[in-house]
Write a protein that binds this ligand. Sequence first.
Ligand SMILES: NC(=O)C1=CN([C@@H]2O[C@H](COP(=O)(O)OP(=O)(O)OC[C@H]3O[C@@H](n4cnc5c(N)ncnc54)[C@H](OP(=O)(O)O)[C@@H]3O)[C@@H](O)[C@H]2O)C=CC1
Ligand SMILES: CC(=O)N[C@@H](CCC(=O)OP(=O)(O)O)C(=O)O
Length: 338
Amino acid sequence: MIRVSIVGASGYTGAELAGIIHKHPEFEIAGLYVSENSADAYKAFSAIHGQFAYQIDRTLIPISENQIPKIVAECDALFLCTPHEASVEMVAKVIASGGVVFDLSGAYRLSDLAVIKQYYGFSHKHPDLLTQAVYGLAEWNSANIAKTNLISVPGCYPTASLSALKPLKEAKLIDTNVLPVINATSGVTGAGRSAKLSSSFCEVSLNPYGVLNHRHQPEITEHLGNPVIFTPHLGNFKRGILATITLKLVDGANLNQVNAAYATAYEGKSLVRLRQAWPSIKDVENTPFVDLHWEFDPNTGYLVVVSAIDNLLKGAASQAVQCANLRFGFDSGRGLIQ
Ligand SMILES: NC(=O)C1=CN([C@@H]2O[C@H](COP(=O)(O)OP(=O)(O)OC[C@H]3O[C@@H](n4cnc5c(N)ncnc54)[C@H](OP(=O)(O)O)[C@@H]3O)[C@@H](O)[C@H]2O)C=CC1
Ligand SMILES: CC(=O)N[C@@H](CCC(=O)OP(=O)(O)O)C(=O)O
């Protein structure tokens, strides 16, 4: 068995990950960790996440980043389900200790230091590692994921958006004179477990946020190789993302070419479901799938694609496990679907 440790296990993505690893036939939990001064230090994992009562019998151990080398020595891989700034340093310590790390934060997803500063608000302390990091969009980067020690797991909105747009980009079907427009709505777990006014019960409604300045806009742009307009929305449900994407195709493009682009890109990729109907969040919540459906208007040349994922799974924990599967030589869907 491959032994993995999870840092940030009191949080939402950490809990999902622990649940997947617990049931996975090839991996086992080596340790579950929280921050040095965590309010949840030394609590039972299942006291925080009651769905795992009598299933995962573990204590949340507080750590500082200086303890990373010791943790690396005690396991085969580390998952960091931690805030961006905390991940910057912990990733560096894992790599310096010769470990394998799957970072679920945005700390290593972008390559341009000025863009990181603009969108994340800090100066990145390990620019050398940014070039080593492999972007863990599992269906698109499997060969590189398999041979690196630093996997940067994509953000939730970028996973939904890139899964829809990359087949069209590869097939050179996007009219690059017209920016694709992505309108996406996320459930509240996307904001993490700690209390915030904007995610409190009486405040949550349906509203846009981060308009024209969300950090996922440069992430989608960099990994698509095409600029986009991205507008996230917060919805009054717990989990899931539905992204509606409108784009102009190159002159003369037709529906057959679009269908072929998706069929080619996702042939044999069992976690991407090319649907015959518009997907909804209920189709994907608590699953590791991306569901896609599209319609083309030959009169205007515009295509509308809808992409649905569970933000905590394909948008975070299950995609991290896909990456771990690839890194350790298993089928991408091992432990996720049978
Ligand atoms: N929620 C989502 O849908 C998605 C989240 N992500 C990213 O994944 C990461 C985790 O997200 P999420 O689970 O939602 O966040 P949560 O806020 O729910 O959990 C964060 C976890 O990190 C721990 N933590 C905070 N600071 C440190 C530190 N310095 N050292 C060790 N542990 C620390 C917290 O524990 P404590 O404070 O108790 O120490 C907590 O367990 C974030 O970077 C987020 O941006 C990515 C894709 C989707
Ligand atoms: C609803 C909500 O608040 N969602 C989060 C996205 C979560 C995610 O994918 O995270 P990272 O890029 O931070 O890893 C947000 O918009 O900041």
